[in-house]
Design a protein around this ligand. Sequence first.
Ligand code: PMP
Length: 458
Amino acid sequence: MVIRCSFCEVSSRDAKVIIQRNDHSICNECIALVKELLAEFGIGEVIESKGRCSFCSENHGGDRVVFQGKNAKICSECVGEMENEIKGNHGVQSKVAKKQDTRTHSIISSRVKKGVQSLTAYSVPDYKCRVKLDGNESPFSLPQDVLEMVLKEASSIPINRYPDPNSIELRKKISRISKFPYEGILLGNGSDELIEMIMTTFSGGTGRALYPVPTFSMVRICCLALGLEPIEIELDDEFDIQLSLALKGLAQKNPDIVFMASPNNPTGNSFSEEKILGILDNSGGIVVIDEAYGDFCGKTYLPLIKKYENLVILRTMSKVGFAGIRLGILFGREQLIREINKVRLPYNINYYSQRIAKVILDNSGFVRENLQLIIRERDRVYGELKGISGAKAFHSDANFILFRVDDADKLFGELRRKGILIRNFNTRGLLENCLRVTIGKPEENDSFLEALREILSS
Ligand code: PMP
């Protein structure tokens, strides 16, 4: 996908860095230029000083300035934030670097994979907020007694040594808990890494991957980065799989991999079981069911690995309270896991993650309690959202809820101004004017609901 800067219209093929938010983009050179212009002219003297910034969707006036570009407006705060993002991720452009631009540019255009050139990096904006409901994380930290055990464990780690390259003890523990053979379990630095490993391994046939959309964005990113051809099958109006389209795709394209997240992100629903089975029955390649949110609906396809040798199941510890230790788990037949394990980088699970995960799994009562609370809160928030006029909430089996309003960009900006951060998914098509709110602590959910009611009733 080629992105164009909304200000100078340079394309992502030619610009060093383009940052995209909502439907608008700005390149690094325009950020620098707008910053200079804003500094040079005083408030009120720029071409436009008021109006809604296309990036944060906030309506500015008074002490903040807004710059009117060719196809978008940008406010001084967003310019600052994006400049920091570039510094953080890519380093600042120096004058010397500029002189080398032509060479660097030619190396990029001739040597970087076309799939990678067309990508935008997975980005998580670092917005300051009082209530953070954007990342599908758990709002609960460790209870004091478990925290003390974790700290004690961490203090005994020999940091100068490599960790166990095969995470043997941790995999054995997971095997005991899940009653799944140890040899069929592989761990990743988050399930993100496992998605990448699966795609690296299973792309030796047609080099194609089929998946329903919209779904978790890393699926497409991994496909393009690894040179797989994505076969995207649009979900129906209820966000379920269109089985006839999927079966047609399977028959015509014979993909090496089918990827399905159930419950799906960002839609929140589980796919119908008979559609998942229909796909399993008709796939010649490997089928991945990503159960990242499986704990919130109690449904797992794990037992089906006995029946379908081409099925692998992905899980993660990120959504149930441990996003910080980055631990994803893959279950599958031993022979398949052995192939995937060949592309695993050495020591991919660091010492701290291995040891801390063991302590947590030995003391997991609090995890189950937190899960129940999140599920109860999800159902409560869903019920309340249904009663708010101007918002249409979609049923969720996960720890977040997708909902639609008349103007998602405006609502996102207004919630941000009140210190509440959710995710804006407003794009043309199925997710038009949709936003996703993660379920937080009861008081955080109340703050969100109260702010939403206030904004939508004004
Ligand atoms: N799968 C799905 C469906 C997700 O939504 C996410 C995270 N947003 C992941 C996988 C990756 O999770 P992690 O890498 O934290 O395990």
